[in-house]
Design a protein around this ligand. Structure first.
Ligand code: ADP
Ligand code: MG
Length: 253
């Protein structure tokens, strides 16, 4: 079976400023279905640019990108938007939830942008199912400000799942979270990945990358390392360790 993501000699040059910036320099990469990839690298190494290309939010200056065997370079803006809506889910560092909108309504949003029209009943049912997957259906009527950072990120993940995407793209999804909450979110990703979703996430934390199956490292726009994770961490095990360490600390208080 062909890889869901196939990049061939991809380049991205930003030439809007005074000096052109060659942000991605000839990246060739295959990501098979069911993969869970962490993209690492120093600030400015091209990680977000690569994610924007993978997410069809931006087009490569040169090179070929096949998403689920569809050649993205031949598509116009509307076709790209449709492809994004059908195949991709996005999660960001800052959650990007609408503040005056409940968790459930935030999750419904991507369904309003697609070509299909849904009844309000359908919207509600699907949003509730999506919230259920991330364990937050009981908070459906809460506003973002009434939720913790980890809960807000779970709402954002539920939103990304609403159109049943094949690939989840996450740019530093744990960057705004404390380390315990970060492990919790990695647990959600691991569960989704076990159910078959392909995940590509940017992180600059090596311990977070150890929850993924495969680690890529970028430097100056190039892919300089591509390796399988040898001793993969399991979020549920790590969570147990954290909780028992916390209860021991309480006993000795
Ligand atoms: P990372 O996510 O690894 O920090 P980026 O992909 O954001 O790296 O940036 C890679 C390079 O491209 C940097 O030099 C950055 O300044 C530049 N860059 C990113 N976005 C743009 C843009 N829209 N216009 C011009 N230059 C950009
Ligand atoms: Mg970045």
């Amino acid at each position: 079976m062909a890889a869901v993501v196939q990049l061939q000699e991809i380049h991205k040059i930003y030439d809007s400023g005074e000096v052109p910036v060659h942000a991605v320099r000839g990246v060739t990469l295959q990501i098979p279905k069911g993969e869970f990839v962490a993209v690492m690298g120093a600030s400015g190494s091209g990680k977000s640019t690569l994610m924007n290309l993978l997410g069809c939010l931006d087009r490569p200056t040169k090179g070929r990108y096949l998403l689920d065997e569809i050649d993205v370079s031949g598509l116009d803006r509307n076709q790209l938007a449709d492809l994004r809506n059908q195949k991709l889910g996005f999660v960001f560092q800052g959650f990007n939830l609408l503040a005056r909108t409940t968790a459930r309504e935030n999750v419904e949003l991507p369904m309003l942008y697609g070509r299909r029209r849904y009844s309000s009943r359908e919207l509600r049912d699907r949003a509730m199912r999506s919230l259920d997957i991330v364990g937050l259906s009981q908070r459906a009527d809460h506003f973002p400000s009434q939720l913790s950072g980890g809960q807000q990120q779970r709402v954002a993940i539920a939103r990304a799942l609403i159109n049943e995407p094949q690939i989840l793209l996450a740019d530093e999804p744990t960057g705004n979270l404390d380390s315990k909450t970060a492990v919790e979110i990695m647990g959600v990703f691991q569960k989704l990945n076990e159910q078959g979703i392909t995940i590509v996430m940017v992180t600059h934390e090596l311990d977070i990358a150890h929850y993924c199956k495969r680690n890529l490292i970028m430097r100056d726009g190039r892919l300089v390392s591509d390796s399988q994770v040898a001793n993969r961490l399991k979020a549920t095990d790590e969570m147990k360790k954290i909780l028992s360490a916390e209860s021991e600390a309480k006993l000795t208080d």
